[in-house]
Design a protein around this ligand. Structure first.
Ligand code: RFL
Length: 401
C-alpha cells in the first residue's frame, strides 16, 4: 500500500449522471475532488440506458453550465399515446401544461458530463479502478482505497467527504451500518424485456400498449435508434425471445386502429430487467452521502431514475460547496440533504407503483383488475382533473415535493 496522499475534500465513487454532476458542481466552485470509476471511459460513454429527462432537471443542468449539447440536440416531446382495446388515445401533456420532456440518451449526457468535468474543469478521475473500499466514514477523516489498474497497487485517498454515487450494484451502500438505515423494498413480480432496435421510431411519441398478452412500450431515442419494452416473466431468459417472436409480440401488443406499422430493425440490445424498487433512509451516514441509484432504485416503469439521480446531485453538490466554502448555512444544508431528496423519491416511487397497475393490470388474467385498469385508463381521457394530475406526475412538475 502506498503512503496516503494529501487529503482531498471530496471523493466521489462512480461516474454516472449523479457522480459526474456532483463533480462538475464542485469543480465549478474550485473545490478539488477525485472520481473513482470501475469501468473505462469508453464503456461509460456507450452504456445505453435512460432517455427521458424532465424539464426541471434540464434547467438544473443548464444553470450549472452542463446542458449546452443537450439543449442543442435533444428532442422535445409534448405527447404520449396509450393503446388499449385496439384503439389509440393521444395524451397531449404539452397542451395541458405548457411543459415538455427532453429525450437525450444517457450515454450522450454522460459523455458531455465527463468531458466537462475532466477536460474543461480539470477534475481528477480514475477509470477502471478495482476493489473500491470506504473506511471510517463516521469519523472526521474518512478515506477510500482502491486498486490501481496500471500498477496493481492499493491506493488510499484521505478526504473530508465521500459521495457514494456508484449505482445499484456499487459498494457505497454497504458502508452504511445496517442498524442505522432502513432499506424499504418493493418487488413488482414483473420483468421487462428491454430492447434497442436499430430502426427509426414507429411514431413520433412514446407509446404505451396495454394488452392481455402484456405491456409493450416504444420510446424514441433518436432518428435511427428506438427503445422497446415487452413485459415478460421476471428472470426470463432473453435468448428465449428470438427476433421474430419479439417483433410479432410488439406488433400484436401495440396494434391499434389507424396506427402506422412498426418499423423493424436489428436488435442491438436485448436484456431482461426485473422490476423492483428500493429506498435507503437516511441517505447519509457520517461523512458519506449517497446519491442516485446507490440510494434509491426506481424501476424504469416511469422513466424517473436518472431524473432523481440529477436531483440528488444538484442538492449534494450545492450543499457540499456551501459547507466547504464556509457558508453559514452549509452544515444545515448537509443535514437537510437526505430529507430534501427523499420527498421527491417517494413521490416518484408512488407514481411508478400507480403506473405499474395501469401498464400491467390488463395482463393479469383477472377480470376484476382488467376492468379497474381500463377504467383508470379511460379516466385520463374523460376527466380534465385526472388528466392534469397525471400530466403533473408524468412531468415531475408539482409545485413542491
Ligand atoms: P449509474 O448510472 O449506475 O452510475 C454509477 C456508476 O458507478 C460505477 N460503479 C462503480 N465505480 C467504482 N467502484 C464501484 N464499486 C462501482 N460500482 C459501480 C458504475 O460503473 C457507474 O458508472 O448511477 P447514477 O449516477 O445514480 O444514475 C442513475 C441512472 O443511471 C438510472 O437511474 C437510469 O438509467 C434509470 N433509467 C431511466 N431514468 C430516467 O430518468 N429516464 C429514463 O428514460 C430511464 N430509462 C433507465 C431507463 C434504466 C434502465 N436500465 C438499464 C435499468 C431505461 C433502462 C433500460
Amino acid at each position: 500500500m502506498t503512503p496516503p496522499e494529501h487529503p482531498v475534500p471530496v471523493v466521489i465513487v462512480g461516474a454516472g449522471p449523479a457522480g459526474l454532476t456532483v463533480g462538475n458542481v464542485l469543480r465549478a466552485a474550485g473545490i478539488d475532488c477525485v472520481v473513482l470509476e470501475c469501468e473505462t471511459r469508453a464503456f461509460i460513454e456507450q452504456r445505453p440506458r435512460a432517455g427521458v429527462i424532465e424539464e426541471w432537471a434540464v434547467h438544473g443542468l443548464d444553470r450549472r453550465g452542463l446542458a449546452a449539447n443537450l439543449l442543442a440536440r435533444a428532442e422535445r416531446h409534448t405527447a404520449c399515446e396509450f393503446r388499449f382495446e385496439g384503439e389509440r388515445h393521444r395524451f397531449p401533456y404539452g397542451e395541458l401544461t405548457g411543459r415538455h420532456h427532453f429525450v437525450y440518451p444517457q450515454p450522450l449526457l454522460v459523455t458531455d458530463l465527463v468531458r466537462e468535468y475532466a477536460d474543461v474543469r480539470g477534475g481528477a478521475i480514475r477509470f477502471a479502478v478495482r476493489d473500491v473500499r470506504l473506511h471510517a466514514v463516521d469519523t472526521a477523516r474518512p478515506s477510500v482505497s482502491y486498486t490501481c489498474p496500471d500498477t496493481g497497487r492499493r491506493e488510499v485517498l484521505r478526504c473530508d467527504f465521500v459521495a457514494g454515487c456508484d449505482g445499484a450494484r456499487g459498494v457505497s451502500r454497504g458502508a452504511l451500518p445496517a442498524a442505522r438505515v432502513r432499506v424499504a423494498r418493493h418487488d413488482y413480480g414483473i420483468g421487462w424485456l428491454a430492447l434497442l432496435a436499430q430502426a427509426p421510431p414507429s411514431a413520433d411519441s412514446v407509446l404505451f400498449g396495454m394488452h392481455p398478452d402484456g405491456f409493450a412500450g416504444q420510446m424514441p431515442r433518436g432518428p435511427d435508434v428506438t427503445r422497446y419494452y415487452l413485459q415478460c416473466p421476471p428472470g426470463d431468459d432473453p435468448d428465449s425471445w428470438p427476433k421474430e417472436h419479439v417483433w410479432d409480440q410488439l406488433h400484436r401488443r401495440l396494434a391499434a386502429d389507424g396506427a402506422a406499422p412498426l418499423v423493424e430493425g436489428p436488435l442491438i440490445e436485448k436484456r431482461v430487467l426485473d422490476m423492483h424498487d428500493y429506498v435507503v433512509e437516511p441517505m447519509r451516514h457520517g461523512r458519506l452521502f449517497l446519491a442516485g441509484d446507490a440510494a434509491h432504485l426506481v424501476a424504469p416503469i416511469a422513466a424517473k431514475g436518472m431524473n432523481l439521480a440529477l436531483h440528488d446531485a444538484f442538492l449534494l453538490g450545492d450543499a457540499l460547496t456551501a459547507h466547504l466554502h464556509g457558508s453559514p448555512d452549509g452544515e444545515a444544508r448537509l443535514r437537510a440533504y437526505s430529507q430534501a431528496c427523499l420527498r421527491r423519491v417517494w413521490d416518484y416511487q408512488e407514481f411508478s407503483q400507480w403506473l405499474s397497475e395501469l401498464y400491467h393490470g390488463t395482463a393479469t388474467g383477472d377480470p376484476f383488475r382488467t376492468g379497474t385498469t381500463l377504467a383508470r385508463l379511460r379516466r385520463l381521457f374523460t376527466s380534465r382533473h385526472a388528466a392534469a394530475a397525471f400530466a403533473e406526475q408524468y412531468l415531475g412538475t408539482a409545485e413542491r415535493y
